[in-house]
Design a binder for this molecule. Structure first.
Ligand code: PLP
Length: 412
């Protein structure tokens, strides 16, 4: 065990020294992580929604080495390059018709910051600077930077510590927790009362990820968008977790073909190889925004753009819809029956996402060690034991994940 790691390096949402040791990964291949001590585990997390094609993929490796021999990075201020141009063209092509302008950032949180800034600058330049608040549904997660934190669930969003420092926005009922009609009524009341001060609504379409792994009726999106339009509030969709096939559609917004004014992409954008995100918007908004006051040092990094181009091509040329439908069938077949288990509160499945909500908090270290013994890597949090595997996983490998989930629930 590496005590330097434990005593000197922060891990996500962890303290130093960390009471739970981090497992060291020596290499990774396909859906497998090779840990030290000759342990090999199936990554049921896709490294947090991102490695959709698995690890060490020859096509993605090749894209990176080809680009590496040309240049790994150049500043994007005043310079441009083919990998970014090609990627922007592709993103404009595969996202809704109305989205035609692309802003690249180096992480999902920063893509959300850029989206919020676009909305603020838009209204400022329309001489409606009073529209400087945001509205969102409860149970959301949009990242860890300050703007993004301010629109995460105020209670469950891991950021209540900062509630005194964060700007206060409007939180309305989520269709994942109350009926769609009740959620829409709450949205309408709040918009009626406060739209003079609201720049935009931001939400994750269909699946709320790190804020609670909840799924809701896509029809909500159509109706929420209409209400926003009626009250002159921009509509921002955060597809950072749901994008690139995860829910069974290429983008979750396609369940109802809703056109957001602004769209955030990240995570699986590069197939999980490098950090890259993008914020897309319309002609009209881009014109109103004018000079967007943002410009990360590593904006549109050529290596990241190259591997994103290769990853999207690989995805679109694969039978991804069939693969995800097959994953959904196995997850439903194996996990749905857990609903009646006395330690299980709920089971939620959509596309390549399987969530088991338990009735009690999970002892992460204990459960994780048990899972590793069964050859599986999952990262439970709170009461949630869940998987979102690479799309390339075989049925046998997926059955090992569902079997391990069932065993650890039995052993709780
Ligand atoms: C992960 C995530 C983010 C933040 O992305 P980072 O790359 O971690 O900054 C934002 N929104 C959603 C929906 C996410 O799942």
């Amino acid at each position: 065990m590496d005590t330097f790691d434990q005593n000197h390096i922060w891990h996500p949402y962890a303290k130093i020294p960390n009471s739970v040791k981090a497992h060291k990964v020596l290499s990774a291949e396909g859906v497998y992580l090779n840990l030290e001590d000759d342990k090999r585990v199936i990554d049921g997390m896709s490294s947090w929604w991102s490695t959709i094609h698995g690890y060490n993929h020859p096509t993605l490796n090749q894209a990176l080495t080809t680009q590496l021999s040309k240049m790994s990075h150049v500043m994007f201020g005043g310079l441009t390059h083919d990998p970014a141009i090609e990627l922007a063209k592709t993103l404009v092509d595969i996202t809704p018709e109305n989205l035609s302008k692309v802003f690249f950032t180096d992480s999902g949180s920063v893509a959300v910051e850029a989206a919020l800034k676009m909305a603020l600058q838009y209204w400022h330049n329309k001489s409606q600077a009073k529209k400087h608040k945001f509205i969102t549904i409860r149970g959301g997660y949009h990242g860890d930077t300050f703007g993004a934190m301010s629109v995460c669930d105020p209670d469950n969003g891991m950021h209540h510590l900062f509630s005194g420092v964060l700007p206060q926005h409007f939180f309305v009922k989520s269709p994942s927790m109350v009926s769609m009609d009740e959620a829409l009524a709450d949205l309408e009341i709040t918009l009626k009362a406060h739209s003079d001060n609201i720049a935009a609504m931001i939400l994750e379409p269909v699946v709320q990820g790190a804020g609670g792994m909840r799924i809701y009726n896509p029809q909500y999106l159509t109706k929420a968008k209409a209400l926003c339009q009626q009250h002159q509030v921009l509509f921002i969709l955060d597809e950072i977790a749901t994008g690139f096939g995860r829910t069974g559609e290429l983008f979750a917004l396609e369940y109802v073909d809703v056109e957001p004014d602004i769209l955030c992409l990240g995570k699986a954008l590069t197939g999980g190889y490098m950090t890259l995100a993008a914020t897309l918007t319309t002609d009209e908004i881009s014109q109103r925004v004018g000079t967007l006051m943002h410009g990360p040092t590593f904006m549109a990094n050529p290596l990241a753009c190259s591997v994103a181009n290769a990853s999207i091509e690989l995805l679109l040329n694969s039978p991804w819809q069939d693969n995800i439908a097959d994953i959904e069938t196995v997850l439903s077949g194996e996990l749905s029956s857990l609903k009646s288990h006395d330690k299980v509160a709920d089971v939620r499945i959509l596309g390549a996402i399987g969530v088991v909500e338990l009735t009690q908090e999970i002892d992460v270290e204990k459960v994780q060690n048990q899972l590793i013994e069964h050859g599986v890597w999952l990262r439970p949090y709170g009461k949630l034991l869940y998987t979102m595997p690479p799309f390339t996983i075989s049925k046998q490998e997926l059955l090992l994940i569902t079997k391990a989930i069932k065993i650890v629930i039995e052993e709780l």
